[in-house]
Design a protein around this ligand. Structure first.
Ligand code: IVH
Length: 678
């Protein structure tokens, strides 16, 4: 660090920031990679080190801000320079025509056009740029004053932190909608459920909650995105909204390509029709469209009411809803003993599928709705996959019906349920003997992201459990050929397959085994962190509370749960039996010091099915040899590892981007070689 003068360090930091921001924006805005992932990581590493050595030169628009690190205790309240108004909205085409009539009348001419956009269902954000640098991001709040969440906004990869453009106004604000992509939301809930946490209700609330988190590092992991839809500046440089949108696109902002220009209200109606179904294929939830008069002069003429502009309106798509009758409520018991009430309905057709059930989340939800068995209810499909009950038709209620009272005993084992003070969820505390909890733990143990024993499914677990052969994951490794062959539906080949699947699972890495144990709150990411930090199970099992919270990102809640797990003699026995069976309870040497780092710096996308590896196993192997596994194909990808039954679209995309496509055999030779043929 003494090698460099302060001036050199400061210069180098600025150069690195500009370079990395440039590559980052190209990648996220235009899907272009000018350098490999590895080169990119090296630049970032150099910058991170320099910023550590010379903290006085750290800049707000440094890409290192993207990974977070700032913890804000209380967000400062900021008064908006331009208030963040709401939009008038309607569900009716007639009212839309009335809106058009008003516009025509107030403008006194017919020479106007509408710019139509989708209405993104997220959280509105106002972001200020000065001299091209993102200096502040504020939530809508009450429209006049919002929260300063700048550190969290900087983690949104598609928001530029610094813009180099000749025609940039010195000071401007962009408004946009922060959202959690549906896929990210689904994965988050899968991970939460795997860690025994309750699922989050919908992407919008999740995005909103995430933006208000105090630790921006956690925000960065939540992978929020942002579509930008307006530009505000003191001296308007453009005369129409469409021009300002083009400028935003040119400056590298993420503008959804779904907009359309319409010459009259009939064309607006065509736009509405066109997007009604197409919008369901978009990566986020949308609930309507926004229609804006394009000319700024016309917008000024039309002005505002107290709450909203007269030059714009939102048309909302009716979320499909239906009436049906609540037959009864059943209660599902999960792996962690959490009880989820489910509404069983008279089957009814909704948005193309027959609906028989709706989720009710927990006792509070039943109380909030005031449900009674036999009630006629309205059900709706929102952003969620399972429909929900939104309201009750009280007029149709039978006079003698009684409120639903939540069960007090586990429907599966009869144990009295418990509910912690302040918690919404009831739990069955009988984790040792309650059948769905036992089967759930085994199901969790074998699933793809843990031990990946795909020759074993829910039905077989049920059979083995009923035969008394399977009570803990350790029993899996004691199963004999006869045990399985004698089960209903098993033949020689399927029996051998199952045994082979169990045997192969012994290759799973320590972090997977740790995740598979099903310790509450220890999901995939937490398990990876714990494995990397504690290196083996004994270090983890004997760690004190203080030692546990020393580990990166481990808080009291997780630490307590780990301690509780290892205090239980049955769990300690399970671990020792699994150890005996040959499962990995320490990080592999290669994974730590990368002796065999043949694949170092190379990135892979894995697709299709393989002969000698499970899908997760092949990914682990790549990582073990120092390679990186990516989920999507882009220009900077090194290899597409193509198995059987791979989709043709992926192949085509890889070919068109010049990505090297390799077979399983090629891959095996690669890892066997010393890396010289890469
Ligand atoms: S323009 C004067 N365009 O809808 C308000 N808003 O109800 C101008 N929204 O707070 C807003 N997509 O959060 C605009 N394409 C879009 C939008 C959009 C979603 C949200 C935004 C706003 C709310 C207004």
């Amino acid at each position: 660090m003494n090698m460099m003068s302060e001036r050199e360090a400061s210069n180098r930091i600025e150069i690195l920031i500009d370079q990395i921001n440039h590559y980052n924006d190209l990648y996220y805005q235009q899907d272009i990679s000018e350098i490999s992932d590895h080169q990119f990581d090296m630049l970032l590493e150099e910058l991170t080190q320099l910023e550590k050595d010379y903290p006085q030169f750290k800049l707000d628009y440094s890409p290192t801000q993207r990974v977070g690190g700032t913890v804000t205790k209380n967000f400062a309240t900021v008064t908006h320079k331009y208030p963040m108004l709401s939009l008038g909205n309607t569900y009716s085409i007639d009212e839309l025509k009335e809106f058009d009539g008003r516009v025509k009348k107030l403008l006194g001419h017919q020479n106007y056009r509408y710019f139509c956009e989708l209405k993104f269902d997220g959280v509105a954000l106002s972001i200020t740029f000065q001299n091209g640098i993102l200096i502040q991001a504020v939530t809508r709040g009450d429209g006049w004053r919002g929260d300063d969440i700048t550190a969290n906004a900087r983690t949104i990869k598609t928001l530029p932190l610094k813009i180099h453009q000749p025609d940039l106004p010195e000071l401007f604000e962009v408004r946009g909608e922060v959202f959690m992509p549906n896929q990210v939301f689904r994965q988050l809930n899968i991970d939460r459920e795997a860690a025994g946490e309750s699922p989050l209700a919908n992407p919008r609330n999740t995005a909103s909650g995430t933006l208000k988190m105090q630790d921006s590092q956690v925000v960065a992991q939540r992978k929020l995105d942002c579509y930008v839809y307006s530009l505000m500046e003191e001296n308007q440089s453009y005369t129409t909204h469409s021009q300002s949108i083009s400028a935003l696109e040119k400056w590298g902002f993420n503008v959804s390509k779904t907009y359309g220009m319409c010459s009259n209200i009939e064309e607006v109606m065509d736009y509405i029709d066109r997007w009604e179904m197409l919008r369901l294929d978009l990566p986020l939830v949308t609930d309507g469209i926004v229609i804006k008069v394009d000319s700024f002069t016309d917008q000024q003429k039309l002005g505002f009411t107290a709450k909203s502009p007269r030059w714009a309106i939102a048309y909302k798509y009716k979320s499909e809803n239906q009436q049906t009758v609540l037959r009864n409520i059943s209660y599902h018991v999960g792996r962690t003993g959490a009880i989820t009430p489910v509404a069983n309905l008279e089957p009814v057709l909704l948005a193309g599928t027959t609906v028989k059930r709706a989720s009710l989340h927990n006792a509070n939800e039943i109380e909030r709705l005031g449900l009674r068995i036999g009630d006629t209810v309205f059900i709706e499909k929102g952003g969620e996959i399972i429909p929900k009950i939104t309201a009750i038709d009280l007029q149709k209620r039978e006079a003698d019906s009684k409120p639903v009272s939540f069960i007090t005993e586990c429907p599966e084992c009869g144990t009295a349920l418990q509910r912690q003070e302040g918690e919404a969820i009831h739990y069955c505390p009988n984790l040792k003997e309650c059948p769905p909890q036992i089967k759930g733990r085994i199901q969790h143990f074998i699933q793809r992201s843990t031990m990946d024993i795909d020759s074993l499914g829910g039905r077989t677990i049920e059979l083995l459990f009923n035969e008394g052969l399977l009570k803990t994951p350790a029993d899996l490794f004691r199963l004999t050929y006869e045990d399985i062959f004698n089960l209903d539906g098993f033949k020689d080949l399927s029996t051998r397959n199952l045994l082979e699947g169990v045997e192969n699972s012994k290759n799973a890495s320590f972090e997977r085994v740790l995740f598979a144990l099903g310790i509450r709150y220890v999901g995939r990411t937490v398990a990876e962190k714990l494995a990397a930090y504690f290196k083996n199970i004994d270090n983890l099992a004997t760690a004190t509370l203080e030692e546990l919270v020393e580990a990166p990102e481990i808080g009291d809640r997780i630490a307590n749960s780990i301690q509780l797990f290892f205090q239980d003699p049955d769990n300690r026995q399970l671990v020792s039996q699994l150890k005996e069976a040959g499962l990995a309870f320490e990080v592999k040497q290669e994974a730590v010091n990368l002796v065999n780092a043949h694949l170092s710096g190379k990135s892979f996308v894995v697709s299709g099915v393989f002969e000698s590896f499970g899908r997760e196993e092949i990914k682990d192997t790549i990582k073990q040899y120092g390679g990186k596994v990516l989920s999507g194909i882009s220009g900077n990808l090194d290899y597409l590892l193509a198995g059987d039954k791979m989709g043709p679209a992926k192949l085509k995309k890889a070919e068109s981007l010049g990505v090297t496509i390799i077979s399983e055999q090629d891959f095996i030779s690669m890892i066997k070689s010393n890396g010289s043929n890469l």
